[in-house]
Design a protein around this ligand. Sequence first.
Ligand code: FAD
Length: 381
Amino acid sequence: MSTQIRGKVNPLDPIGIDDLLSAEEIAIRDTVAQLVKDRIQPNVADWYEAGALPEVRELAKELGSIGVLGMHLTGYDCAGMSAVAYGLACLELEACDSGIRSLVSVQGSLAMFAIWNWGSEEQKQQWLPRMARGEAIGCFGLTEPDYGSDPAGMITRARRDGSDWILDGRKMWITNGTVADVAVVWAKTDDGIRGFVVPTTTPGFSAPEIKHKGSLRASVTSELVLDGVRLPADAVFPEVIGLRGPLSCLNEARYGIVWGSMGAARSAFQTALEYSKSRIQFDRPLAGFQLTQEKLANMSLELSKGTLLSQQVSYGKLNNTREAIDICRTARTILGANGISYEYPIMRHMNNLESVLTYEGTPEMHALVIGQALTGEAAFR
Ligand SMILES: Cc1cc2nc3c(=O)[nH]c(=O)nc-3n(C[C@H](O)[C@H](O)[C@H](O)COP(=O)(O)OP(=O)(O)OC[C@H]3O[C@@H](n4cnc5c(N)ncnc54)[C@H](O)[C@@H]3O)c2cc1C
């Protein structure tokens, strides 16, 4: 896309952000957008309403075939693309549905990055090529029923039994859990928090799906149950001890969210813009009323600002998730009653973004992290 279309501003890129992208980045974005258009967009509203992701295994392989799983990682059959290309892919995926972007983020930035960055050579060889191709699905278990924002308090324990490890505990709200082939599980040991690579066929491991969600319904969310899960000595990440292990992975995934949330917002904005041009009230299109134009102008402003902010993880996560929800809410008003219908994607995006706002660090936690950086005072402990 270029900034100007036949002398007019391109409403999806009014300040010419595309001009900052390389030809390769644009090509990658277009490839992702095409897969989304052909394969996911026609089904996603039905999946959302059904509260299921029925074709997740096939979908993972298709996403793997265009190289988006662990796409910013190098080696082990990963595509080794730029951070911006990864961000653009997340944006296109989340313009379709946050649940689909979550599948890709958890696979690439949480499960694969954890193994890629902290795993032994054997762990990398065993899992990463299959995960990059979408033949194996991964999940990342940090959150517990009683410890979310404060994961240092986790109860899940790993203890030695001879050279083996035995894991006991519960994880909660784990994306991809029920369909995963491998779980990266963080647990307390005598030395501190450590990460374990757990094949989900290991006896004692189960992952019941969490149902009745009002958000991220086209995404698998699960509890992980670890009842005496026996693992060999080499199942542990060899070096990393403490929260810097899982927190390093969360930073990777937050980067995708910062871009992705702007995708959901773009979809809502585009829907409202098109609707406003065709819906006639008081003998004029809604687009002709000043109040509608003010809404559209403010949405467009926040979209462009959020996209430009996408390199800043904590600022971006805090700003873009809350602005994306705000854009959806405003877009919804332009559609009036139609805005609440799942015939249009806005309400689905809005509901999804409630999860995106909360996971990978709530807005309160990101505000406190920024506050700590500004003042030197940690207000969250
Ligand atoms: C759909 C979905 C998918 C998820 N996927 C994963 C996953 O794949 N892996 C994973 O490990 N986790 C996952 N999560 C969990 C997510 O990361 C947690 O929900 C999140 O960290 C918040 O934890 P909590 O829900 O326990 O809320 P809590 O920590 O209980 O927080 C509740 C409220 O209190 C506020 N609060 C907490 N502490 C403070 C403080 N010190 N000062 C001020 N306010 C505070 C919070 O900001 C929040 O508003 C997922 C969650 C959802 C909804």
